[in-house]
Design a protein around this ligand. Structure first.
Ligand SMILES: NC(=O)C1=CN([C@@H]2O[C@H](COP(=O)(O)OP(=O)(O)OC[C@H]3O[C@@H](n4cnc5c(N)ncnc54)[C@H](OP(=O)(O)O)[C@@H]3O)[C@@H](O)[C@H]2O)C=CC1
Ligand SMILES: CC(=O)[C@@H](O)[C@H](O)COP(=O)(O)O
Ligand SMILES: [Mn+2]
Length: 380
């Protein structure tokens, strides 16, 4: 029986993780769940999966939950609650399905407590990849990718060493505006931006897909997960999201991972690794698909991807700034405060103002993250 805790159990990745777990009740036990504000869903999850501990974002939400649940689950809240779900249970695997760099401290706490990580929360690796990977190495903890592209690369590499790799390529759907020109982006709405062509996901990652910041975050995520320099990480537009990513080896053989766009597959692989098990997901039938398309990435069309490469290559605290600026800009776009194109403008302005600090420690990262957020909140 593998004991699992989930940070962000009420979100898109969190609910799909529980769906995977529900298909294998003899294999998995839920130790802890952390959600934010969705109390009705957490009540259902507590009744169905019987965790020992749960946590929610605020004290008020915790009080509401305590009065509603019948079981003797321990109800916690806030940063301390998240820390407890990450590090204070008997879970051997923690799935980080919370959104944003607020996942960093609990992820570090889980690693420090020796838990293996099913890592969906890419912002954590972007903001502090050196801290997360160093600590994981020191504690002998596995960082098992959940993000579909990284799971694909992980599966294609299958333990091959880095020096056998020529390049890895992350595929990108192109997001909700892939068929629009830059001129046509001036007046796009939040509602339009939230219509991802292939995946049903949380709001933040869906907007990131539309700006291509998602692929930028994923390039940095891949750098840390696979220890590859940025010159060996490429991005290719592949509108169907059938090839989830691929590795080109030094003999120019390419190994790709294909499947229907269904996050339960990479989630399940992270949960069962190194085993592979049957899935309720739909089979991919290539004869139904017929043909697959590919387009070269245009960095002028997608400046958020260009800036991500720049921030990754600059290194130090620059990716922290890129990530924090993007998080707040997306938040502001979702609230209707700024236009879609202002997201990239605000990121560029804040990166411009920042003098990167090499190898920042956790306190420097927290401080720089706070600064970048404040900057984006105050800019127009
Ligand atoms: N969705 C997808 O298919 C993919 C997502 N990812 C990555 O996975 C991560 C999660 O994405 P996704 O599932 O789409 O996001 P969602 O927005 O759907 O879910 C976010 C989760 O975080 C919780 N949360 C938010 N704030 C807090 C808080 N202060 N304390 C505790 N919990 C909180 C939410 O709780 P509540 O809803 O209860 O408020 C929810 O459970 C992101 O980093 C994303 O980039 C990666 C690949 C694919
Ligand atoms: C499902 C998943 O992994 C997302 O991160 C996905 O990558 C979004 O799609 P695009 O970024 O390719 O539009
Ligand atoms: Mn992805």
């Amino acid at each position: 029986m593998k004991k699992v805790s989930i940070l962000g159990s009420t979100g898109s990745i969190g609910t799909q993780t529980l769906d995977v777990i529900s298909h294998y009740p003899e294999r998995f036990e839920v130790e802890g769940l952390a959600g934010g504000y969705n109390i009705p869903l957490l009540i259902e999850q507590i009744e169905r999966f019987r965790p020992r501990k749960v946590s929610v974002a605020t004290k008020e939400a915790a009080e509401q939950l305590r009065t509603a649940v019948k079981s003797d689950v321990q109800v916690l809240h806030g940063e301390e609650g998240l820390h407890e779900i990450a590090a204070g249970t008997d879970a051997e695997l923690v799935v980080t399905a919370i959104v944003g760099s607020q996942g960093l401290k609990p992820t570090l706490a889980a690693i420090d407590a020796g838990k293996h990580i099913g890592i969906a929360n890419k912002e954590t690796l972007v903001s502090a990849g050196h801290l997360v990977t160093e600590l994981a190495k020191r504690r002998g903890v596995a960082l098992l990718p959940v993000d579909s592209e990284h799971s694909a690369i992980f599966q294609c590499l299958n333990g091959e060493s880095r020096d056998r790799v020529h390049k890895i390529t992350l595929t990108a759907s192109g997001g909700s505006f892939r068929d629009r020109t830059r001129d046509e982006l001036t007046h796009v709405t939040v509602e339009d931006a939230l219509k991802h062509p292939n995946w049903s996901m949380g709001a933040k990652v869906t907007i990131d897909s539309a700006t291509m910041a998602n692929k930028g975050l994923e390039v940095i995520e891949a750098h840390w997960l696979f220890g590859l320099p940025y010159d060996q990480i490429e991005v290719l537009i592949h509108p169907e999201s059938i090839i989830h990513s691929f590795v080109e080896f030094v003999d120019y053989s390419i190994i790709a991972q294909l499947g229907m766009p269904d996050m339960r597959v990479p989630i399940q692989y992270a949960l069962t690794y190194p085993d592979r098990m049957a899935t309720p997901s739909e089979r991919l039938r290539l004869s139904d698909v017929g043909k697959l398309q590919f387009r070269e990435m245009d960095f002028d069309r997608y400046p958020c991807l260009r800036m991500a490469y720049e921030s990754g290559r600059t290194g130090g605290s620059m990716p922290t700034v890129y990530n924090a600026a993007n998080e707040v800009a997306v938040e502001r776009f979702l609230k209707g405060e700024i236009s879609f194109l202002a997201i990239e403008e605000l990121i560029a302005k804040v990166m411009d103002k920042h003098s990167p600090v090499p190898a920042p420690d956790l306190s420097a990262i927290s401080e720089i993250d706070r600064w970048a957020r404040q900057e984006v909140r105050s800019l127009h």
